[in-house]
Design a protein. Structure first.
Length: 255
């Protein structure tokens, strides 16, 4: 919104979010059901409070519910103190827990643009994974003052619907297929992840939802592809790291 506005309510943005909650999310949930794929639904606490039926239904269908802060219009870089950011995250956790009956295990900042306190807060508040950093082809663990946090990244590598939409429906689907092919080829040599992130008010529109439907049909035709929720990837990574550490300790003792 322009800085000199007399009124600050952005009804275009508000209407888009309402569309996502009333129409888009349901279309995407049905596509996921069709292909028997479970996903992670990242929601702000405010959306969980205003539209609790969306996260309740997503959880009922087997999807993970993670937090996207309290209000997506406020990035963590705005907060001047750690306590102010903590309060906002706690408010989001409470709203999601009230709606679903389960505390979220994952966090991603709006943007995602974390602030200087965000990582420490994620560790202190008991999150298992964080989606703020776009710096790796694969997950990795971060030691935060002695606590392990799995960094899963956002959409690098791969895409969000904001990348796909400008290409048109046919072009967007081809882009997803071509990039998936490149990931799959490289994954024959070492682990790779492919992330496609959708906003229910963008990717949940009929045309882009059909692109997602067609892409899942394509990706599921390849052997050995794992469709995991973020919590599944985080647990797997922690398990593998633990096995490696045990192996290393054993080899040192043998030596």
């Amino acid at each position: 919104m322009p800085a000199d506005n007399s009124h600050t309510d952005d009804f275009m943005a508000l209407g888009a979010r309402e569309y996502g909650a009333n129409f888009g999310i349901w279309r995407l949930l049905d596509v996921l059901d069709k292909h028997e794929v479970k996903a992670t639904v990242i929601t702000s606490g405010l959306m969980a409070e205003l539209f609790p039926e969306t996260v309740v239904e997503a959880k009922r269908r087997g999807h993970e519910i993670a937090t996207h802060h309290w209000d997506q219009t406020i990035h963590p870089t705005v907060y001047r103190t750690k306590e102010a950011e903590r309060d906002a995250i706690l408010k989001s956790i409470a709203a999601i827990e009230k709606a679903t009956g389960e505390r979220p295990s994952g966090y991603m900042s709006p943007g995602p643009r974390p602030g200087p306190f965000t990582l420490e807060l994620c560790a202190e508040l008991g999150f298992k994974w964080n989606g703020d950093y776009c710096d790796s082809d694969i997950p990795y663990t971060i030691n935060v003052n002695g606590a392990k946090l799995v960094s899963l990244g956002y959409v690098r590598p791969a895409h969000s619907d904001n990348d796909i939409a400008p290409l048109g429906l046919a072009g967007g689907l081809q882009q997803l297929k071509d990039d998936f092919d490149a990931h799959y080829e490289e994954a024959q040599r070492h682990p790779m992840k492919f992330r496609y992130s959708m906003h229910n008010f963008t990717g949940g529109r009929p045309g882009l939802a059909k692109v997602f439907d067609n892409f899942l049909h394509y990706a599921k035709s390849f052997p050995g592809v794992w469709f995991g929720r973020c919590i599944d990837m985080a647990n797997y990574w922690l398990e593998q790291e633990s096995l490696y550490e045990q192996s290393e300790r054993g080899s040192h003792k043998a030596a």
